[in-house]
Design a protein around this ligand. Sequence first.
Ligand SMILES: [Zn+2]
Length: 129
Amino acid sequence: MIMPFYDFQCLVCGKHARLQFSYSEYGKVQAVCPHCQSQEMKRRISRVAVAKSEEARLGNMMDADLSGLDENDPQSLGRFMRKMGQEMGEDMGDEFNEVVGRLEKGESPESIEQSMPDLAGGVDLPSDV
Ligand SMILES: [Zn+2]
């Protein structure tokens, strides 16, 4: 089973910890600081190298470059989505490409959604399958 690493920062002692959860465990299992046993652990967004697998790739993708993402900046969002599409390694379809293109031109997501009523959540991040 693939066990991706997740980076945390302890809010009590301030130390960093790299904990390993399976993809399905993550979010359900309480992270515990290995230094002081505190459960006040804050997830750190970082690029984490894990083995190649569909799960791991998804995990990686969610970690990748979220720090540079400004959800209020359409161009930032567009760049992020384009990168996400590339990491998926598959054709995301014309709608996706159109949305990304329009975001990159600075159009607001709301305006794009209104002009594409069929979108219905199509621009959401991929969720757990
Ligand atoms: Zn601690």
